[in-house]
Design a protein around this ligand. Structure first.
Ligand code: URA
Length: 211
């Protein structure tokens, strides 16, 4: 796995406002979108492209377009939805699929409760969106699922990670080629598996259920 922590003043600034407990959902959503755009810029740096001819008002020249099959963007429900708009603004021709995953609190297994993806992902570069890499359980299952479907390459974009989650991903995905982009790796997980200092529950912060 290749870990990329995007070190940029605008990334750090937006993340700081996201962390602030007083930031209301409306601003949180807008900033999350902007932050994803910055992370997506880095995460798509080596996406496959092909040449196209383009006619300018002056001459014909060779330009660049995203190669086919087009990249597939997969937000993990629910909180990953808050990252979708930023990603599709940066890569509007990408296709979008959905994965709903949650932990069964009795067995602690990760359960896939919703899935809307192409049946065959052969040759596809998949961008997985999940704001908080905490224990890593969901992301590991999602990545395995996508590779089992035939994905050629998986790039994960998260806003924040915990060292525990990054280590677990690294250990669990040894044989898979994964790039992980984050705005920061925080200190640790607490006893509830929240990232410390983190930004709280990303789904609640995005969708307005915070205290
Ligand atoms: N999920 C969240 O939304 N926040 C955390 O801190 C950890 C997991």
């Amino acid at each position: 796995m290749r870990l990329h922590v995007v070190d940029h003043p605008l990334v750090a600034h937006k993340l700081t406002v996201l962390r602030d407990r007083r930031t209301p959902s409306m601003i949180f959503r807008q900033l999350a979108e902007e932050l994803v755009m910055l992370l997506a810029y880095e995460a798509t740096r080596d996406v496959a492209v092909e040449s196209v001819q383009v006619e300018t008002p002056v001459a014909t020249t060779t330009g660049t377009t995203l190669a086919r099959p087009r990249p597939l963007v997969v937000p993990i429900l629910r909180a990953g939805l808050g990252m979708l708009e930023g990603m599709t603004k940066m890569a509007p021709s990408a296709e979008v699929g959905f994965l709903g995953m949650a932990r069964n609190e009795e067995t602690l297994d990760i359960v896939t409760y919703a899935e809307r993806l192409p049946a065959d992902l052969t040759g596809r570069h998949v961008f997985v969106l999940d704001p908080m890499l905490a224990t890593g359980g969901t992301l590991i299952e999602a990545i395995r699922f996508l590779y089992e479907r035939g994905a050629e390459r998986v790039t994960c974009i998260c806003l924040l990670g915990a060292p525990e989650g990054v280590a677990r991903l690294e250990e669990a995905l040894g044989e898979h080629d994964v790039d992980l982009y984050l705005a920061a790796v925080d200190e640790r997980l607490d006893e509830r598996s929240y990232i410390v200092p983190g930004l709280g529950d990303a789904g609640d912060r995005l969708y307005g259920l915070a205290e």
